[in-house]
Design a protein around this ligand. Structure first.
Ligand SMILES: O=P(O)(O)OC[C@H]1O[C@@H](O)[C@H](O)[C@@H](O)[C@@H]1O
Length: 330
């Protein structure tokens, strides 16, 4: 599905007169929802819906889409958009009493034209700052006041950088705790040709086995059935090798100790109304997360969680995936 579906670039406007980068515009996306388009200097781009603060597209310099977005994604609030990068906050999954994955992914965020300064230099990046504050209705289900600032930036090399800054703004000295994930859906050529490096030998909680704790074996992960695991205390760098595309996604994360790996496979795919029956073959979620140990913030305190995504060409051909194919050179 084209990410331009339903958009109207004619009505595009620069996000803010104070935005130093000319390649950031606000326009209408699918179903008239507001979206921000970021354009890199060499052809890369990213699209962010204000609904959910949700990245729905990330393209490289050749215009190739790097994120998976379901052809059945509805773009109809209050349902979250299926694909891209939903934000799971203040709860990951069903690890708490809130709705699955919390409410940030189905709230309307706004553009933050005057965010507190960042220590990092962003002069060579196209970026947008979004903010989410709880409504009175939100406070009824999660009685805490917060400011969630999300910066999405596209670097000159096409790398994508997401920075979340969450501040406890309660005035009554109430601390709060939350769990979190950047629920990233990567686009892959064929799930059975993909492997993930960086999670081997780690402990994980298996959502398919009552959140039981197990230890991963020594090999890189490969996929031949449904997977829904939360890897604990993972390294800051994880790689997803797409053998067929000869492309490797590199995730670098900070403040996010865990990593969720999810693919619904055929049966669950069929059960989801906003997901095509065979689409599981072309996606893999690897989610930088903080789940096992909730983040606790006292009033006035701020937490920061950073995710950097980039791609490198890979001509991986060790034969581990399918020795037969490598030997035959097919
Ligand atoms: O359908 P949702 O709410 O977007 O969730 C999709 C999946 O998200 C993953 O992060 C969870 O680990 C899975 O258990 C869940 O099924």
């Amino acid at each position: 599905m084209s990410s331009e579906r339903g958009s109207s670039p004619a009505s595009s406007v620069p996000v803010s007169p104070s935005t130093p980068h000319p390649h950031v515009v606000l326009c209408k996306g699918i179903n008239g929802l507001d979206k921000v388009v970021l354009r890199g200097t060499r052809g890369s781009s990213a699209e962010v819906y204000l609904y959910g603060g949700h990245l729905t597209s990330w393209k490289n310099d050749h215009g190739e889409e790097l994120l998976f977005l379901s052809s059945k994604a509805t773009f109809k609030p209050p349902k979250a958009i299926r694909g891209g990068i939903p934000i799971c906050f203040p709860q990951f999954g069903s690890h708490g009493s809130l709705e699955q994955h919390g409410f940030a992914r189905n709230r309307f965020w706004v553009i933050d034209n005057d965010p507190p300064p960042f220590p990092t230099n962003i002069s060579n990046k196209a970026f947008v700052d979004l903010i989410l504050k709880p409504s009175e209705e939100d406070m009824k289900i999660w009685p805490y006041s917060f400011e969630y600032r999300l910066r999405i930036a596209l670097g000159p090399g096409g790398d994508l950088l997401l920075t979340s800054r969450i501040r406890n703004t309660n005035s009554d000295w109430k601390p709060f705790s939350f769990t979190f994930a950047y629920h990233t859906y990567f686009s892959v050529s064929d799930i059975s040709e993909v492997r993930v490096e960086g999670l081997e030998t780690l402990d994980y909680l298996d959502n398919l086995q009552n959140k039981g704790r197990f230890t991963e074996q020594g090999d890189a992960l490969t996929f031949e059935s449904e997977v829904d695991k939360i890897y604990l205390s993972t390294p800051t760098k994880i790689a997803i090798l797409d053998h067929e595309k000869k492309r490797t996604f590199v995730l670098r994360k900070d403040g996010l100790p865990d990593a969720v790996v999810w693919n619904p496979w055929d049966k669950k795919a069929k059960a989801m109304t906003d997901f095509g029956d065979d689409e599981y073959k072309h996606m893999l979620c690897v989610e930088a997360a903080a789940v096992e140990k909730p983040i606790i913030l006292k009033p006035g305190e701020e937490w920061k969680g950073r995710l950097e995504l980039s791609t490198v060409p890979s001509s991986y051909c060790s034969g581990q995936l399918d020795p037969q194919r490598v030997l035959l050179g097919s």
